[in-house]
Write a protein that binds this ligand. Sequence first.
Ligand SMILES: *Cc1c(COP(=O)(O)O)cnc(C)c1O
Length: 466
Amino acid sequence: MEYISTRGEAPVLNFEEVVLTGLARDGGLYVPKTWPQLSKDEIRALAGKSYAEVAAEVLQPFLGDCISPEDFREMTEKAYSSFSHKAVVPLSQLGANDFLMELYHGPTLAFKDVALQLLGLLYDHLLQRQGKKVTIVGATSGDTGSAAIEACRGRDAVDIFILHPAGRVSDVQRKQMTTVLDSNVHNIAVEGDFDDCQALVKAMFNDHDFRDQLGVSAVNSINWARVMAQIVYYFTTAVSLGGPDRKVSFSVPSGNFGDIYAGYCASKMGLPIDQLIVATNRNDILSRFFNSGEYIKEGVDPTISPSMDIQVSSNFERFLFDLYGRDAAAVRAMMSDLEEKGGFSVKMAQLNEATFSAGRSDEAETLSQISRTLEESDKLVDPHTAVGLNVAEKCRKDQTVPMVTLSTAHPAKFPAAVEKATKIHPELPERMADLFDREERLVQLPNDLATLQTYIKERARILSAT
Ligand SMILES: *Cc1c(COP(=O)(O)O)cnc(C)c1O
């Protein structure tokens, strides 16, 4: 499989190069040159297989000949053995035709583990083979950071630097990152918001000297391998609900558009999906886009679903590229309008052909959804999941099609909102019960590129080794 940049001005890469590179040199994102196809028979045959088996089968075409099927099968087995539920991504039922896809049974209790547990092993495998080291730099609004740290801790070939907005992640999220004391793990609280952190990471990627010197790599949702790993659960879920012979709809609590874009990829690969619902909180740039065709930046408003508090969605460009028939020049024009004029628009006719619907849930609606789900279905959900449930109800077109809401975090990750809505304090699972007693390590730095680069250079082992 070859990978091309959405801006058309970066070299074509293979899977191995794409995993280790992340963002393309022209500022674009890598996407597969073609969508591998699964026939209905092939999808049917996934029924009854383990999650790790399905992952190995569905993803193999994306690897080309970079990794042997045997090695990859071993990796998926190992990656998903770190989950506390045997089904890895189990389904639970909330109503006659309403389901929750529970994505939070991994080591850090959020859906990002599903992709990052695999990505950590991919890195290890590819780097060991090349005898190389990398420096991972990432920005997090909370969940990505802890999941990335869990995936990379203690690995010889990897140093990881994670930026989070100081004071703007939940205590549980911060503790999950800062109590990992492995010497290759560096937590940096940036004096700014998530978009500032993301802009710093982008700037470091666009500084080619810095990037080459340090072997900088990304585990952000811009890394293709992450999106790829997320495709799998759309297949396992659809198949367990009667797919491909029955269409299924998904409602996806969205921020950087990685999770729902993976659903779009699954549909491109042949999975019958009825609706893909983009669910946002009041930071609703995506919802406004799908309803008006206008993609216009606004400020970020902190919410009780902080992992979706974004101003622009980094993965969205991948979807635009397809929407414009893979016209890289059109993407470059839109992205420069976004940067210079703060927005761009597309024709609604074009958008209506996609399977997407979109809506938003404001803070009051999200809280009342948490309490309603507890009353009606005896299930405690986190605020991100509640956004998904609320918007699913608003956007659903056909009651006979199963509606699956992606439950992206365990309620104990966001105890304040859950307690406010229900008066119940959600308990951390046993294996994490002592989180608040563990020692923390982090530094706070100003929102300043040069300061940050110096800090990283002084600590990245790739420099001390040479
Ligand atoms: C990251 C995250 C999201 C948003 O996913 P995107 O891929 O960025 O759209 C939603 N919910 C939770 C709990 C998350 O951690």
